[in-house]
Design a protein. Sequence first.
Length: 662
Amino acid sequence: MNKYIIPLLLLLSICLPSFGLDKTIIEPIDSAKIDSTKIDSTEAEEAFDWEPNAQDGYYIELMNVDVTVHADRTYDIVEDIYANFVKPRHGIVREIPKRFYMNRDVSEAQDRSKYELKRTEEKFGYIEVPEEEFTVENHAEIKAVKIGSPDVWVEGKHHYQIRYQLKLPNDRVLASDLFYHSIVGTAWYCSMDSVHFVVHFDKEVPDASWDKLKIYVGEEGANDDRAHDLIDFADYHTIEGSVTCLPALWGVTIDLPLPEGYFPTDDYNTVYYYLALATSAITILFLIILLFRELQGDEKVASVVTFRPRKDLTSADIGSLVDGEVDDEDLLSMIPWFAAHGHISIENDGKKTVLHKLKPLPADAPEYQTILFTAFFAKGDSFDVSNSSTAFGAAWERAKKALKKQYDGKLNRFESLGLLVLSTFTLSLTYCFSEVDSDGWIVGGLINVILAILIMAAYRARSFLKDRIHFTTFFLGITSLWKLIVTVFGLFIAITMALSAHTAAGDNYLPDQLLFGMMVAMLVVIIFLRRLYRMTAYRRERLAEILGLKEFIQTAEVNRLRMLVDEDERYFYDILPYAMAFGLVDEWAAKFENLSVKELQEFGNTPISLISHCVNKSQWTSNIATSVTNYKSASGGSSGRAGGSRGGYSGGGSGGGGGHSW
């Protein structure tokens, strides 16, 4: 069970031809005079062969966005949405991202020679929807403004106005400032006939910035600059423009570089800076100690040469015990094992492999064997390995899980859990303290340290009891409680580390190189993690004979093999599954090419020289892996869209997001 902690510790065109046409400049729109009942998009539809996308039950005839940019990095935003509901809906949900990403040019020359990925949190000063019933829901990545009433249905044209304020923190890039904002995000699930935007700047925008102005239009990731086509009016304090025929999931993003000092700067180094330095030093110390422990490795087991495995060990058992983990190769070796024991026959014509059922498994067969055998012949007495289904992939995963359960706690024990937990949590704390916009990160990091101490205390208590208490009901209860503790805290660690790793793309007090270096050091620990495991007495007791069998397969002389074949004509086939578990099929078959070995029906009467093709593990691995992948894809679902997006293209920057009906 302990080895499961480690993974938990580890460390998101319909209208395209129209934008290529010469665009007629549209006169600036006076938003105060707009009347949704007077909007007529017929002309735009005829010009661009445009059809609104109303699959979400509505489309937007006009989106009018007014942004006022203040010198203190706050944006006051007013969105007038003129919607046309073609199906009854209660209203709309406006989803506003709480964070965004951008690639900043941080070179002194501002020549794009150096980029630094930044994650920026957006805080909200207020959110208002005049004359409408609405609620605001907080999610991990977005604020969802749900407008409308569950008791009222809306049809036809309807006007919504949403007012909100964004408070952006210091971008902490010394070379320049930036206005980078999505007027329309790339997560609107309906089309828009027309988008009009006005951006007001309290402070004057210098000429040098206007020369670098870019406006991106398109799906998320589109980076073609459309500024010259879309701007209707601009001066030192204003940008005004229009877009027509905007398909669903298309956005409009303004990218305007500004001189450093346009927005105010804040003090860089606070108490959290020094806490981040301290925790980084502790993390590095723990990682160094762990690396030294890894170099020690486990005690070597002296092999006892044998030419047959223990009767109670299958090839899957051998494969699990020899490397200390259960994997797909262990289950694959059960195919020739079933054949060697007369349960199936293997037919291979060089292009595909088909298994045929000969006799059922005994009633007392282990669970993993029963699941696997049943999966092979779920639809009849034959199974084409190259045509395995998603259902087979699911059964394969169940069989592997059953084999893992059989060896739970019997393969390895972890010697340095305390150090690894502490280094993980101090690394988490480092990110918490180094994060400029910390909010709840600090408290969360301190809680993590307390939990780390509790985990180590529980671990030590379990070790103490294990040495002094026999396998009684009480001990089993303590063990079960320990597993529950490890699972709960392990999940918490996984979530914490995932969030902490995410902030690596954010704005930090500490140099990115230092944070990156600690992450690399942790990865080095994980890569060599097997050295931190120590084998259990159960595994050590059996490993001597297992290694002896492996040595015999590699070094056996022909005369000795001839004697064994004379005594038992099936000897070659009995050992073949174990050779496959060791990855020694070719070597094992080569030793018998000059010996008289009877061809068996169970192996398709395949000559020894071709036996490697008959039990082609790489072919089976590829086909079975495909079915397992398909099963995981079908059962795993898909993740939702993140509220923010990376800068330098449509959909990037502050604001943005999207919306849908409800």
